[in-house]
Design a protein around this ligand. Structure first.
Ligand code: SF4
Length: 166
């Protein structure tokens, strides 16, 4: 299911995923919803079953580079398409249920930027270096469920959300 293009208006900030550089971060917008298309994806469903994890609402990670984690099916095309390595598989650093990632801190080492670097299909593409985006839009068109929205003007919501959380 496509990301809600109006997610900053229809969601609230529920978390702040910090970069370990101590300066950068991306916001997490929620509450999100279980996407029936993602839940019906056999690879995703099987990976959740194998781990014994439930599919629960996760929301949207990032604001100007936003990935709807409820819609993400761990395809990974965005990870390979991005010329400046904005994304990484979140489980590369934190092999925990995705719902625990809304207030995480990540190094963003960029050492696992291969499409097939996912741990399994519970993994999600994390815009850990949102601040490095050059607005080329390569990631947007390759995402099968259209889970990504890149919108430079959404930086205003990043600033407002950050101020509200300060
Ligand atoms: S728009 Fe381009 S630079 Fe920005 S995250 Fe997508 S692929 Fe990377």
């Amino acid at each position: 299911m496509q990301i809600d293009p109006q997610f900053p208006a229809n969601h609230q900030v529920i978390g702040k995923h910090r970069h370990a550089d101590g300066t950068h971060f991306h916001l997490v917008w929620g509450p999100g919803r279980v996407d029936p298309d993602t839940a019906a994806n056999e690879r995703v469903a099987e990976s959740y079953r194998t781990r014994g994890e439930e599919i629960v609402p996760l929301g949207v990670h990032g604001t100007a580079v936003a990935v709807d984690w409820d819609s993400c099916v761990a395809d990974g095309a965005c990870i390979e398409a991005c010329p400046v390595q904005v994304y990484q598989w979140y489980r590369t650093e934190h092999d925990v249920p995705a719902v625990q990632m809304k207030d995480a801190t990540s190094e963003g080492t960029g050492e696992n930027n291969l499409r097939d670097g996912r741990r399994d299909y519970t993994d999600k593409s994390d815009p850990v270096r949102e601040h490095d985006c050059i607005w080329c839009m390569a990631c947007v068109s390759v995402c099968p469920p259209q889970a990504i929205k890149v919108e430079e003007t959404n930086l205003q919501y990043h600033e407002k959300g950050a101020a509200a959380m300060a």
